[in-house]
Design a protein around this ligand. Sequence first.
Ligand code: ATP
Length: 362
Amino acid sequence: MADIVIDRLVKTYPGATARATDDISLTVADGEFLVLVGPSGCGKTTLLRMVAGLESPDSGTITIGGRDVTDLPARNRDLSMVFQSYAIFPHLRVRQNIGFGLSMRKVPKAEVERRVREAAEVLELTDYLDRYPAQLSGGQRQRVAVARAIVVNAGVLLMDEPLSNLDALLRLQFRAELKKIVRRVGATTLYVTHDQAEAMSLGDRVAVMRTGRIAQLGPPVEVYDRPSERFVGGFLGAPPMNFFPATVRVNGSGPQLRVGDQALAAPERLGGYDGQNILVGVRAENLEVVTSARDGWLAARVDVVEPTGAAVLLTVRLSGHELKVQAPAAFQAEPDTEVWLRPPAQSLRFYDPETGLVLAAA
Ligand code: ATP
C-alpha cells in the first residue's frame, strides 16, 4: 500500500504575506493518479515538493503507506520524481541515465541492466540505449526521464509539469503514452500541471487549486460538469464555462429566469430564490442553437464565427453578455445575425454572484 495522506499542510515562504499552501488535506489512494491543477502561483508545486521532501511544511503531516514521512529526507520516502526540466545527465548514455537511481541504490549490475531494458522497452527507448541525450529528440529525452523514474519501482511517482518542454503535438502523443505507462506501473501518482486539458485527460481525480487551497476535488467529468464554484468552471474547459446574470421570478407556471428582457423556464428547484439575482453557468457545448425564432428560446446576436473543423464556435451576445456556443460543424451562421439558444435545464448550473459558490439548490 502506498497511499498518500496529506493532513492540514500549511506552508508560508519566508517574507511572503500569503500562505503557499493554506491548510490542505488530501488523500491519494493506493495506485491512484491524482492531478493538481490550477493557475500559476496557486501552490501546486509547493504541495508536491512537500510530499517529495524537498520543502518542509510549517505544520501538518504527510504519510505514505501509513508511515509518517513529514520529517524524513526525500531519499527515505520510497518515491521517484519527474520534473519539467528533465535533468538527465548529458555525459551519460541513455542506459546509464535510466539506471542511475538503481546504481545509486547499489542494485547489482545484472539486475540494473535487466530493469533498464524492461523500462526502455515500455518507453520504446530500446534502440537508443547507447546514445547520449544530445543525440535524442525532446520527446525521447522526456521518455528517458520517465524511464529513470519508473525503473526504481517506487510506490509513489511525483511529476511536475513533465510534458511542458514538448511541442503541442508531441505533448498530446506523450500524454496518452504516459497514461498507459503509469497505469501499467501501478504507482500512486501525484501530478502537477497548469494545463486543464492535461489534467482532465490524465487524472483519475483532479484537484483544482486556487490560492493555496483546493477549490474542488473529484473525477474529471464531475469537476467539469458540476463546478463547485465559478472559478473552477472558468478554469476548466476550452472555452471556459459561460456565466451570465439572471433574476429568478416565480409565477403561476413555476420559476423563470429573467435574462435582460427575456425569460427562460427554470428548474423547480430554483423556486426558493424568487426575486434573487444569480449567476447562470452553462458550457458552450450544452447550448442548443438555431437560426430562427422559437418559443421559450433566448435570442442572441452573433459576433464571431470560428470553424474549428469538428465544430463551429460562435461568440454571441445575450442581453449584453458574451457567450461561447459550440454548434455542429455544419451550422451556418453569419456575424451580425440573430440566433436562438436553449440551454437544456439539466446542464444549467447556478451560482451566487457575490461569492461565486454554487447555490445549494443547483
Ligand atoms: P507555477 O505553475 O507557476 O509553478 P504553482 O501553482 O506551482 O505555480 P508554487 O510554485 O507552489 O505555485 O508557488 C506558490 C506561491 O509561493 C507563489 O505565490 C510563489 O510566488 C511562492 N513561492 C514559491 N516558491 C517560493 C520560494 N522558494 N520562495 C518564496 N516564495 C515562493
